[in-house]
Design a protein around this ligand. Structure first.
Ligand code: SAH
Ligand code: SF4
Ligand code: F3S
Length: 476
């Protein structure tokens, strides 16, 4: 009964937003009649793939209203920043750009500005915006992204900043219009939020408790995407391995993958992020047996020291992680593994750091995203004593790269001589005669070709290694 009520709320919310989109459409049409010009939008995204996908929804709603995409920020009529706060520098970047945006708005009085995403879910940020960023028109958060049409419409009628920040998530809202960036690759949410509370991480506070989408909604979306020519799906969640546990009819992530594997037209399935503590044998078997599920996994270790992992609240030890990697490699010998590593977590000793280097040497990652620990207000780690001095962290960070890079090169060198199916993504930014694409194992390939190949999966012979990517030749 309650379930039904909740979904009714969602449906009426979607309808309400559709009505606001229509109202905005009429408003923008009137504007065009008066001025002879369409209003344009510009979306800036910082942060992870989750945010990038949210921005596709923002753009989808804006285009439904009648806005057209502006190539530049300064000339846009509506500018929206979809923000990240995972590390301090992510926030600094936004504040820096807001300074410039204030200047653009002075030149173009009609410009509307909105700020949304993870940053705005923090009280300290809201206080700062209220005090010093009065030129922003709309501020909303991660839980009410779908309300953009309503907020924009109200903002057109009022002066001053409109704040609409929710403390927690409501029901999952489906069917938000989405403007996909690519014609052949698409992201699909499987879970929202996170409740792992790793002690350094702000995500659980700004994205709320974990919610799984219903499998039928996910499958429906994937089928639609396949019908529209999408070949590669990226399933998104902060911890995809815990998908489905709280559904009315629980379903494991592995089972979800098996269902998606059957969708005709989809050729590759990727997913991120996998938390090591929840990676099941069933999932390993599924990666092995499902043809479309790529033989690649992003498996963040964060630190190689069991003591630090404990204080990070990661809930696995170095030994358990290495065991998991061994299981993956035994089951799927050609699997590639990437990771995230934090250097300089409070209390990290040289010995702890050496443990991290040891894991890197043992696992042999194809890529690692390496971060310097950043103190996030409100997280347990921010209150921990023994913050590591900056120069020590910097030195460790450099030494980490010195160990990591030759290993990444070794993994890439192993590909030389093989023939791989490569999904061609784009023309190289450095050289227009070169195309870039990815092997199933996520390794980046550069090869000569013309742009008609973009979106195709081609057999490529790998001929050379360039540390962070490989060179190939088309053979068919
Ligand atoms: N849900 C994913 C990670 C999302 S955040 C997971 O659990 O793996 C992406 C990465 O940012 C994390 O894996 C971590 O390495 C890094 N990160 C998160 N908080 C950080 C902080 N306070 N300082 C530095 N890096 C951080
Ligand atoms: Fe952050 Fe940990 Fe959740 Fe990942 S699993 S988003 S690192 S709290
Ligand atoms: Fe950043 Fe939010 Fe993603 S904090 S990393 S944009 S979930």
């Amino acid at each position: 009964m309650i379930e039904k009520q909740n979904s009714n709320i969602t449906i009426s919310e979607v309808k309400k937003q559709q009505q606001y989109m229509q109202k905005m459409k009429a408003f923008l049409w009137d504007w065009e009649q008066k001025t002879g010009q369409k209003q344009s939008y510009f979306v800036l995204t910082t942060g992870c793939q989750m945010n990038a996908h949210d921005s596709e929804k923002l753009a989808g709603m804006l285009e439904t209203m009648g806005y057209v995409k502006s190539p530049t920020e300064e000339n846009a009529d509506f500018v929206i920043y979809n923000t990240c706060c995972i590390r301090e520098n992510a926030e600094e970047k936004v504040y820096g750009r807001l300074g410039r945006l204030k200047y653009y708005k002075k030149q173009n009085k009609n410009m509307k500005i909105a700020l949304c995403g993870c940053m705005t879910q923090q009280d300290v940020v809201i206080e700062k915006l209220q005090k010093s960023y009065k030129f922003i028109d709309i501020v909303f958060g991660t839980f009410n992204l779908y309300k953009l049409p309503e907020l924009l419409y109200h903002s057109m009628q009022t002066e001053g900043t409109l704040f609409d920040i929710w403390k927690e998530a409501g029901e999952i809202v489906e069917d938000i219009p989405t403007m996909y960036q690519s014609a052949f690759q698409a992201s699909v949410n499987v879970t929202y939020g996170c409740e792992n509370f790793c002690s350094y991480c702000i995500v659980p506070y700004v994205r709320g408790k974990e919610r799984s989408r219903k499998p039928e909604d996910i499958l429906h979306e994937v089928e639609q995407l396949a019908q529209n020519g999408i070949k590669e799906i990226m399933l998104l969640g902060q911890n995809v391995n815990s998908y489905g546990k709280n559904l009315e009819h629980p379903l494991s992530f592995a089972k979800l993958l098996q269902k998606i594997n059957q969708v005709e037209g989809i050729e590759r399935i990727r997913f991120m992020t996998s938390h090591p503590k929840d990676l099941s044998d069933e999932l390993i078997e599924t990666i092995k047996n499902c043809k479309k599920v790529c033989n690649y996994i992003h498996l963040p270790i964060q630190s190689g020291s069991s003591e630090i992992l404990k204080r990070m609240n990661r809930r696995y030890t170095k030994e358990q992680y290495l065991e998991l990697v061994q299981k993956l490699k035994n089951a799927i010998p050609d699997i590639t593994i990437s990771t995230d590593i934090i250097v300089g977590f409070p209390g990290e000793t040289e010995q702890d750091f050496q443990e991290t280097l040891d894991v890197i040497r043992q696992v042999k990652y194809c890529t690692a995203f390496t971060f310097i620990y950043s103190k996030r207000t409100g997280t347990p780690a921010a209150k921990m004593e023994q913050q590591v001095p900056e120069e020590v962290v910097k030195d460790r960070f450099n030494r980490l790269l010195q160990v990591l890079n030759p290993i990444v090169e070794e993994v890439h060198q192993k590909q030389v001589g093989t023939i791989a199916n490569v999904l061609v993504e784009e023309v190289s930014k450095q050289n227009s005669a070169i195309l870039t694409g990815r092997m199933e194992n996520n390794i980046l390939v550069h090869f000569e070709g013309n742009k008609d190949c973009i979106g195709k999966i081609l057999p490529i012979k790998i001929t050379d290694n360039k540390t962070f990517y490989v060179i190939g030749e088309r053979i068919g």
